[in-house]
Design a binder for this molecule. Structure first.
Ligand SMILES: C[S@@+](CC[C@H](N)C(=O)[O-])C[C@H]1O[C@@H](n2cnc3c(N)ncnc32)[C@H](O)[C@@H]1O
Length: 212
């Protein structure tokens, strides 16, 4: 049976101290690096990182962004993220409770990122989350995650059916384009890991946020 949000939060809080050391796979690193690279904020951009965990993406983006807001359901992971920000002297980042379908943030957002987190949601929940993200009106959404390029295979890394619920790339692409995003990059890191870059263009094709 799929885990509840509370069970996921408890599971991650229990491993928060050692989480960073256990993320040693090449695919995780490549995926995180691609999310950072594609997010590419400028010093005027506010970034919202959902499922921020211990802040891998948020803390990597903060030096180039105006501000980064990290949201997660696990207080243990958030606490570790705050400690890392303090250790690194990064002050333009704020970590707090928030979830994909209710990020607990209603300020301006230029870029939304997420890495290795959305696969905990069912496909229907991912669709709802993408609609919530679209409503925040970012110009770019960078989605790095466990996703299926081929046939799902629990024998392969990154996919444990008892805790994970990854979507196919096609399902994610449909959900993004249905919300008015254009897919501007698809990066296959592994047959079960990838990065999708979704952007919203103005009517004339220029890169301006779409007004609701
Ligand atoms: C594998 S970790 C990834 C953390 C970080 N993004 C990284 O790249 O290292 C997944 C994170 O997603 C969070 N998470 C799971 N379900 C979530 C939800 N519905 N909303 C927000 N965060 C969620 C977990 O608490 C956990 O911190």
């Amino acid at each position: 049976m799929k885990k509840t949000i509370e069970e996921h939060a408890d599971r991650f809080s229990a491993i928060a101290t050692d989480y960073d050391e256990t993320q040693d796979s090449e695919a995780y690193r490549a995926c995180a690096n691609l999310v950072v690279e594609h997010a590419a904020p400028t010093e005027e951009d506010v970034v919202l990182d959902i499922g921020t965990g211990t802040g891998a993406i948020a803390l990597a983006l903060a030096p180039n962004a105006k501000r980064v807001v990290g949201r997660d359901i696990s207080e243990g992971m958030l606490e570790r993220a705050r400690e890392k920000a303090a250790e690194a002297g990064i002050e333009n980042v704020e970590f707090g409770e928030g979830r994909f379908r209710d990020p607990n943030y209603d300020g301006e957002v230029d870029i939304v990122t997420t890495n290795f987190a959305m696969h905990h949601l069912s496909d229907e929940e991912k669709r709802e989350a993408i609609a919530v993200i679209a409503d925040l009106n970012p110009r770019r959404f960078v989605l790095g995650d466990v996703m299926f390029f081929g046939t799902p295979d629990p024998e392969e890394p990154f996919y444990s059916p008892e805790v994970d619920d990854p979507a196919t790339v096609g399902t994610l692409a449909d959900a993004l384009t249905d919300e008015g995003f254009v897919l501007t990059a698809v990066e296959r890191v592994h047959d079960q890991v990838g990065v999708l870059v979704a952007e919203r263009f103005g009517e004339a094709g220029d890169r301006v946020p779409v007004e609701e």
